[in-house]
Design a protein around this ligand. Sequence first.
Ligand SMILES: Cc1cc2nc3c(=O)[nH]c(=O)nc-3n(C[C@H](O)[C@H](O)[C@H](O)COP(=O)(O)OP(=O)(O)OC[C@H]3O[C@@H](n4cnc5c(N)ncnc54)[C@H](O)[C@@H]3O)c2cc1C
Length: 411
Amino acid sequence: MDYDVIVVGARVAGSATAMLLARGGLRVLVVDRARFPSDTLSSHQVQLPGGALLRRWGILDRLIESGTPPARGVLFDPGPAVLRGDYQPHDGVDAVYSPRRTLLDTVLIDEARAAGAAIEEGFIVANPIGNDRITGIRGRAKNATTDRTITANLVIGADGKHSTIARTVQARTYRARPPASAACYAYFADLPVKGGEVYTRPDRMVGLWPTDDNLTIVYLGVPAARFSAVRDERGFRADVSEVADLGVRLAAASRVEHLRATTDLPGLMRKPYGPGWALAGDAGLVMDPITGQGIGNALRDADLLASAILAGDGLAGGRPHDRDRAFRDYHRRRDAARRPIYDLTARFASFRPDPAGELLFPALSENPAQVSRFLGVLTGTVAIRDFFSPANLRRIVGTRTLLRMVAARSR
Ligand SMILES: Cc1cc2nc3c(=O)[nH]c(=O)nc-3n(C[C@H](O)[C@H](O)[C@H](O)COP(=O)(O)OP(=O)(O)OC[C@H]3O[C@@H](n4cnc5c(N)ncnc54)[C@H](O)[C@@H]3O)c2cc1C
């Protein structure tokens, strides 16, 4: 075999997995059709658990030194009340960071290379090869006229939501949801923010986050049916400007670079392993970006998958029984961690009215400790089922309002 592992896709899932495997002593090749630094359609919030992994891997400081600012607190304005709070520190990280993808992905690739992984940019994978078991890839460099075949004990598809690897091996798909929302975002200079700002309204969600180069990224999520109304700059500005004080602030700011917009926002989960192959990041599980989870998810997949492989059982050399167990465990842990936020994200992305929220948020806004826990839910450090348990909700709103919330939800 040419390599122990070939990783297809060199962004957050791919480079992080390759870095960890190379640090563990494996012979790793990473290929990507892009050449880096390369931008991609994505805003940038790295939630606290993702930041904690970057810190553990020695990468977070590089981002901070490059100028990525922290957002330690959030203003969350759902309409009936305004919540303000700070994140509780998690594994040494107390802020959401929003590095531009041109920076984050390039730093991760550098780290994978420094760990000994071979990186081939501008290489397009046509398909994985093998019969009963995947044994490598076939593809070609962008300027080449002939295909190359490269072999490995394991091929990892970290090639995004339209994964060629997942499609070719026919990875089982489940809990699929068609796109429900649309996303537009742009960068602004002279739009100061103290931390993150999130505004939710019945037909839109607006997020403001500080990013590199003293810019603020403004993200607008709307029901997919409203995409045509907001996909150009005029519509985008008009929609954002109707929310809170954003009209005045946007008028004083200047847009930098072009507006980005998309409706390609599906939700789906795939079985992430099979004979000779595995999936990481969006290739294996993708959700609407409205909750800003995908980058952290990809980093956590990298961590779990690399551990499963490095336990000694994930490659062809391991005993088949142990190998299966390691991957099964990866699958189980991924889904157990992700299912609750996957479902909550689908709910947000549907823009279904939430009458219970009208009752919850005013009471919540007067309880700083619970606001902090609520921010923990959004960033992934507090379990959704704990925060929304009847006992916790009763502590926030009292028994009578809780009963009204239950009645409102069931209507
Ligand atoms: C509008 C929008 C906003 C978002 N905002 C956030 C946010 O704020 N926070 C957050 O956490 N997440 C966000 N996300 C989600 C996040 O972008 C993804 O979850 C994340 O990029 C997934 O990383 P990945 O490495 O799995 O895949 P990708 O980033 O999609 O990378 C896949 C790579 O594979 C390569 N590739 C694909 N096919 C081939 C092939 N055949 N041959 C060679 N190379 C190939 C591609 O070139 C690409 O570089 C957002 C997404 C969108 C669309």
